[in-house]
Design a protein around this ligand. Structure first.
Ligand code: NAD
Length: 268
């Protein structure tokens, strides 16, 4: 079993990482930098997102475990006081995992001579304009649904639906659904300009294409990353063929996770 530990630079995370490294080494596990079977992140959701992007080219070969050292993260299930339990669990591991859908983002630059760029997102991708209003055509497959004007567009995975998507008024979706959700970021709606003005959900057979008006500088975000402003011809967003796999032990049911993150204990 080859294990990588990835932590953020917070004092607690560095300390927990050191302790875990020692415990895993004593149990005879191989700690590696490259090609791990399991990646253990120590920090918050940002640390897990960053580990996911490092491993995005080999998702079939790796499982993720998140330990949170700050406030409760959405993808981080374990706490410092459970390290012993975690090491024991990995020692008895049978390879079980739970997997979730991902978003495939393909970006075509305005210069048709350039190759397109591919990204995978665990949470979402957004398309925004640098200074001016974003003006773009939104297609579902070949059908032009609307001319969008506003701050931007967000397309989220089911597990990402509790992130930025939720703040934009999108629905929380079960990750058992192989779908993507598009939400608007401050669309302009008046007698002249119209958008759907509601979140929409597409199936795994469908693709959302966003074609920005010519000459605009576009900002694309993929999870926690932001790409420089460029002139873009089209962004295609569809359900990826790859999935992310989480270590199964202690990985709570999705709705338990939603309840813990957003509702907590209620007193009637
Ligand atoms: P960050 O440090 O700005 O944290 C954003 C918050 O979102 C953190 O509390 C994190 O725990 C939480 N979060 C991340 N993924 C989540 C998910 N799937 N469900 C519920 N909560 C989630 O940034 P970060 O930690 O690097 O995370 C980047 C993510 O932050 C983005 O992918 C996006 O989903 C989210 N975000 C949210 C808003 C917003 O709600 N207005 C704005 C920007 C980014």
């Amino acid at each position: 079993m080859r294990i990588t530990i990835q932590n953020n630079q917070k004092e607690t995370s560095v300390r927990v990482a050191e302790k875990l490294r020692q415990m895993l080494t004593e149990k005879g596990f191989q700690l590696v930098e490259m090609q791990p079977d399991i990646v253990i992140t120590i920090g918050g959701d940002g640390t897990l997102l960053s580990a996911f992007h490092r491993q995005a080219h080999r998702l079939k070969d790796v499982r993720f475990i998140g330990i949170h050292t700050g406030h409760l993260g959405f993808y981080t299930d374990w706490r410092e006081y459970q390290l012993e339990e975690l090491v024991e669990s990995i020692a008895k591991d049978k390879g079980d995992f739970i997997s979730y859908p991902l978003l495939d983002v393909e970006v075509f630059e305005a210069d048709e001579m350039q190759d397109s760029h591919h990204f995978l997102a665990l949470n979402e991708a957004t398309i925004q304009s640098s200074v001016e209003t974003l003006v773009c055509d939104v297609f579902i497959d070949d059908f032009c649904l609307e001319k969008f004007r506003g701050d931007g567009i967000c397309v989220a995975t089911p597990t990402g639906s509790t992130g930025y998507n939720k703040s934009l008024g999108g629905a929380v979706l079960s990750p058992r659904l192989e779908v993507l959700q598009m939400t608007e970021i401050a669309s302009i709606n008046n007698r002249i300009f119209r958008t759907l003005s509601a979140p929409l959900v597409i199936s795994k057979e469908e693709t959302i294409s966003v074609r920005p008006a010519k000459g605009r500088h576009i900002i694309i975000t993929v999870d926690h990353m932001q790409f420089e402003q460029r002139q873009i011809r089209e962004i295609r967003l569809s359900l990826a063929s790859e999935r992310i796999r989480f270590y199964r032990d202690r990985h709570p049911h999705f709705w338990q996770r939603v309840s813990d993150a957003f509702i907590g204990e209620t007193s009637l």
